[in-house]
Design a protein around this ligand. Structure first.
Ligand code: P1T
Length: 384
């Protein structure tokens, strides 16, 4: 297939082709653990499903194409993908990470890998100089999440990549919030792009999965070795569901962005709302970078209340009717959450407050319903 196809075409066709034995247009679910060999080592490229599976392979190729990358790897969850990336490192190695990131990423860094002798430095990456100041001879990886979860900070991937390249450090970008439809970190100089596929790529709140995309062959080989050796792979049924979900990624993202803008602007004009965090506002500190490196501003929004307390946030959250109170994001249905007590509870309170993650902060994953209905729901939930 031509490799200069546009996004919507790749979403539907990349990595997939009609099944040669039946003509089935949908990639079959190869629900098999193993593959018969004519003689030891004589097989059709598949030996054992932890190592390779045709349904998973179609998905890995599809996601790689969407990220303009050469190699894709699917994992059993976003965290399993992060786990493989950190396992590229050795005791004594150091990582510089955003201080505003998914609570589970913070947890695996500080509560799992720190005990294996890997050191993590957390900093705001809005100012690339702060990253530069933390670089030393042991720095092997920079971990950037942009836009960040849940503060919607925007990190200049190209600027951070210059620092990484100058010091021979790998740059990994968690692209979960933006999706490849809005942002392609490899094109901006990142070495590794990582996704919680659970979110927008799957898109229907029915699968837990992660993915990594890289361009460098030796990096791919090391990660494929870890994928096979550590074994955190997804099953073929889940790979099928994500292949199916991705076919409408571009259509869903257009609506997520449109609804996101409508809701962000509504919240900004509401008298109970203190701050709205959404990178599409001209006065958002990352607006210019977002406009340069993203194609639109996404459907994730966080906001705080003027009466800043957990209690007032909980009251609003309990009143929502269309927005369901739940962890996760990126599905067709709108969700709301309270990061301080839910998705980011693993981050100590001082760390949370340092990045502005207050007790009244509410996070919205704006779905693809009718935007007017979503605004009405928020309006009634904010009534005292
Ligand atoms: O849940 P899992 O598929 O393992 O992905 C972890 C993960 C990684 N990176 C980002 C930016 C994420 O948002 C997540 C998961 N986040 C949530 C469950 C959440 O509600 O924020």
């Amino acid at each position: 297939m031509k490799n200069n196809l546009k996004f919507g075409t790749k979403a539907i066709h990349a990595g997939v082709s009609p099944d040669p034995s039946t003509g089935a247009i949908m990639t079959p679910i190869f629900q098999t653990s193993t593959y018969v060999q004519a003689s030891p080592g004589q097989h059709k490229g598949f030996e054992y499903s932890r190592t390779q599976n045709p349904t998973r392979q179609a998905l890995e190729q599809n996601i790689a194409a969407l990220e303009n990358g050469k190699y894709g790897l699917a994992f059993a969850s976003g965290l399993a993908a992060i786990d493989a990336i950190i396992k590229l490192l050795k005791p004594g190695d150091e990582v510089i990470s955003t201080n505003d990131l998914y609570g589970g990423s913070y947890r695996i860094f500080t509560k799992v890998f720190q005990d294996f002798g890997i050191r993590f430095h957390f900093t705001g990456m809005n100012n690339p100089n702060e990253v530069k100041n933390l670089v030393n001879g042991n720095t092997k990886l920079i971990w950037a999440e942009t836009p960040t979860n849940p503060m919607m900070n925007v990190i200049d991937i190209a600027a951070i990549s210059e620092i990484a390249k100058a010091h021979n450090i790998l740059l990994a970008v968690d692209n979960t919030f933006a999706t490849p439809y809005l942002q392609n970190p490899l094109d901006l100089g990142a070495d590794i792009v990582m996704h919680s596929v659970t979110k927008y790529l799957g898109g229907h709140s029915d699968v837990i999965m992660g993915a990594i995309v890289v361009n460098d062959e030796s990096l791919y080989e090391r990660l494929a070795f870890l994928q096979n050796s550590c074994g955190g792979v997804p099953g073929p049924q889940d790979a099928f569901l994500v292949l199916r979900g991705i076919k409408t990624l571009h259509l869903r993202m257009d609506r997520h962005c449109k609804n996101g803008e409508q809701i962000a602007r509504f919240l900004a004009g509401h008298n109970r709302v203190d701050k709205v965090y959404w990178p599409g506002f001209k006065d958002h500190p990352g607006y210019e970078i977002a406009t340069r490196q993203m194609r639109n501003y996404g459907g994730m929004i966080s906001f705080t209340l003027k009466d800043d307390s957990q209690e007032s946030a909980f009251k609003v959250l309990e009143k929502f009717r269309l927005f369901s109170l739940a962890e996760s994001l990126g599905g067709v249905e709108s969700l709301c959450g309270h990061p301080a007590s839910m998705t980011h509870a693993a981050i100590p309170k001082e760390g949370r407050l340092k990045v502005g993650l207050k007790d009244s902060l509410i996070r919205l994953s704006v779905g693809v319903e009718d935007g007017d209905d979503l605004v009405d729901d928020i309006s009634q939930a904010l009534q005292k």
